[in-house]
Design a protein around this ligand. Structure first.
Ligand code: GTP
Ligand code: MG
Length: 285
């Protein structure tokens, strides 16, 4: 039986940890069990219960304080992730071997992890060996996407994660609740991949003709191949959260192999059935 995983990635502050806690709460209301693993060695705050925390293995502060390594915060984080990749047995012991597990991995925000470093790829391969079906979930802050050239850099970041990880990926625009009405309207065109080639810079911030041409050419390329599309994510809108979850479930075929479980009868149900049974008997006589 397969197990299921979401690799929650994206730039610093894009809302990864908030996404994880929102998803856990949403799944609770659906009666689905979802667990979270914190993979950010520099994490200071998150409000979901963790099944495993990378800081038990290694912490950025310890690496930075080590006089022989002399790393700053970013180099320190990369060192931690490489150390993690050499110690996957720690993760294996935390995850156990439960079938039908559904786990969210809250990853760090260093963008280089998703562009050219091999650590996340190693993690994906390892999870696949443990029979996980993995979906990449790439988050981008919607507030930085309102202008076309910023949108393209978001698309490029999502695309490089897709290309380097080679797994199904859902790209998500977070913090939609923070956008003004005007900005929401503006961003709608970025949610429809067929519209990318129509995107023009309305702010007039792009002065260079060459830059404008490049932006247009990239948009057309992405449009032609339907490579990247984004789903909106508003943490205060259950319907919106559900649509994102359904897309991800579909990508990893969650639910197709689940065995049908008889709903558990409560004591109340049992006594009700009992009463109905005797009522029926009484009616027959
Ligand atoms: N209003 C609103 N705020 C959000 C949303 N998602 C995240 N935030 C806020 O954005 C900030 C960063 O969110 P985090 O979830 O910590 O982001 P992160 O990607 O985990 O950040 P790093 O782990 O540091 O890379 C926090 O102050 C959150 O409360 C959202 O959907 N709506
Ligand atoms: Mg975080």
């Amino acid at each position: 039986m397969p197990r299921y995983a979401q690799l929650v990635m994206g730039p610093a502050g894009s809302g990864k940890s908030t996404y994880c806690s929102t998803m856990v709460q949403h799944c609770e209301t659906l009666n689905r069990s979802v667990q979270v693993v914190n993979l950010d060695p520099a994490a200071e705050y998150f409000d979901y219960p963790v099944m495993a925390d990378i800081r038990e293995l290694i912490e950025v502060d310890d690496v930075m304080e080590d006089a022989s390594l002399r790393f700053g915060p970013n180099g320190g984080l990369v060192y931690c992730m490489e150390y993690f990749a050499n110690n996957f047995d720690w993760l294996e012991s935390c995850l156990g071997h439960t079938e039908d597990d559904y786990i969210l991995f809250d990853c760090p925000g260093q963008i280089e992890l998703y562009t050219h470093l091999p650590v996340m790829k190693y993690l994906v391969e390892q999870l696949q060996q443990w029979e996980f079906r993995v979906c990449g979930v790439f988050l981008v802050d919607s507030q930085f996407m309102v202008e076309s050239f910023k949108f393209i850099s978001g698309v490029m970041a999502a695309l490089s994660a897709m290309v380097s990880l080679e797994i199904p990926q859902c790209n998500i625009m977070t913090k939609m609740d923070l956008l003004s009405k005007k900005a929401k309207k503006e961003i709608e065109k970025f949610l429809d991949p067929d519209m990318y080639s129509m995107i023009e810079d309305s702010t007039g911030k792009l002065r260079s003709k060459k830059f404008k041409k490049l932006t247009k050419a990239i948009c057309e390329l992405i449009d032609d191949y339907s490579i990247v599309r984004f789903l909106p994510f508003d943490r205060s809108d259950e319907e919106c959260i559900n649509i994102v979850l359904q897309h991800i479930d579909f990508a990893i075929q969650y639910g197709e192999d689940l065995e049908f479980k008889e709903p558990r009868e409560t004591e109340e149900d049992k006594s009700q059935n009992f009463d109905e049974f005797f009522q029926d008997r009484a009616d027959e006589q």
